[in-house]
Design a binder for this molecule. Structure first.
Ligand SMILES: *Cc1c(COP(=O)(O)O)cnc(C)c1O
Length: 223
């Protein structure tokens, strides 16, 4: 990565890559949303992207996001914020208040906490069910076998479930996992697919991603 490139330069390049891969896949580039993952990036590091016109961002921690985005949102009120990290039930109300989408709905207790929070806060963020697509120990996401029951429970609890999210195993080829997630979304009639990060978002777009979550390739390596 060249030192002289700014985050805005990288944004332009990534948008071009997204458009290129969407075209190859016979898709409209507008059907792929780029979520700029700004976790650990300071407000000063985020502003250049906002100035370049980007509005869709993702964070993985509720408290960090609250601290950074309450001020930034006053200057850029049309920002759209996604939560992509694991969520503790006791932070559900804060998450519902702050975020426009939650990608990490992965268990019954969290479904109930979000449902309650939506009623209290009076707001219903888009929800993705996170699937532990590689059946890895210690990884967030519901087991593939548990997906139908969790989906039913979430719908009954009034969560607006729009799609599925996954993070494939780190050291394996991602494509088969993306293809599997896409198949599951189709089976359960879910339109949106949150998959693909800096190293594999091009592949994810070819396999149907509607939201790619890109951090390092935009902001540089995290310290
Ligand atoms: C950090 C993170 C990303 C972005 O990863 P990069 O490799 O930096 O692009 C995407 N999704 C989730 C869930 C993350 O935690």
């Amino acid at each position: 990565m060249t030192e002289a490139l700014t985050a805005a330069d990288r944004l332009t390049a990534i948008r071009q890559t997204i458009a290129h891969n969407a075209r190859i896949a016979g898709r409209d580039a507008k059907s792929v949303s780029l979520i700029a993952i700004s976790k650990t990036v300071s407000a000063d590091g985020i502003v250049p992207l906002l100035e370049a016109g980007h509005r869709v961002f993702g964070e993985n921690r509720v408290q960090e996001a609250q601290a950074k985005w309450s001020a930034l949102r006053e200057r850029y009120p049309d920002v759209v914020l996604h939560l992509v990290g694991q969520l503790q039930s006791n932070k559900a109300a804060d998450a519902v208040a702050l975020f426009d989408a939650i990608h990490s709905v992965d268990r019954s207790s969290l479904v109930q906490a979000i449902s309650k929070a939506m009623a209290t806060v009076g707001k219903r963020p888009d929800c993705f069910i996170q699937v532990n697509i590689g059946e890895e120990d210690q990884k967030g996401g519901c087991a593939i076998a548990d997906l139908p029951a969790l989906l039913t429970e979430a719908r009954e609890a009034g969560l607006p479930i729009v799609g599925l999210m996954a993070v494939p195993p780190a050291d394996l080829e991602a494509a088969p996992y993306f293809a599997l997630l896409a198949k599951l979304a189709k089976d359960y009639d879910l339109a949106r697919l949150s998959m693909g990060m800096s190293g594999d978002y091009e592949t994810a777009i070819m396999l149907g991603a509607t939201e790619v979550r890109v951090g390092t390739a935009l902001f540089g390596a995290r310290g």
